[in-house]
Design a protein around this ligand. Sequence first.
Ligand SMILES: [Ca+2]
Length: 242
Amino acid sequence: MHLLTLVFGAILVFMIGRTQGDDKCEVCYLNDCCEDPLAAGARNIRTSDGRIFGAYCDEGWTYIFRRFNGVEDFYRTWVEYQHGFGSPKWKEYFIGLDNLASFVKGRKCKMRIDLEAWPPVSPAKRFAEYSVFSIADKTDKYRLKVGGYSGTAGDSMAAQNGQRFSTYDQDNDLASGNCASTYKGAWWYAKCHSSNLFGWYKGPVCPNVAKCVTWNDWPTTIGSPTNYYYSFKKASMKIHCC
Ligand SMILES: [Ca+2]
């Protein structure tokens, strides 16, 4: 009986400790999700230059965006992309370009894109990982630096390396037209793209060439007639800077 009381007491103390720990982290900030690699879900981030925002964390990775059901509209303005949108807690979201630029500033980060195709594509899940990833701040229109590909999904970011970010209301691409409005997205467009992960969420058939959640370098042909006519079921981008 005495032993039971002791055991029960120990469990209670452990649970209270956990609850207090969880409460504490409702109001505390991480500099990076990798500070708490066991945490999964939305966390408060505060960067070294004082920006505060929410981000989705999983296994130490900080998510830049998540798309998995098409509920969130990604065809948005420059200002919306600067600030971010959606909800890191429950929903699809984008972290915000100003937050991202602050987060990666002066740090060495790797970046990983995870893609999931619709059934019956098998394997449905593939990834692209980059040992080099950074973006500039707004003065250089969030110019992308990406390289050092490894993975299984093919490299559809190479064509976007070195490009500035564009939205339908701010054209910073290399094409004579506006890639963001032509391809119904927002991205580091060149002239225009091999990937368009902020394009239309349709699936799996993209009704118009390259306007959907596109990743053209998927190693098998899953779109008809080409992968520019395929739209992925799930896509995410995450970074690890520790
Ligand atoms: Ca243009």
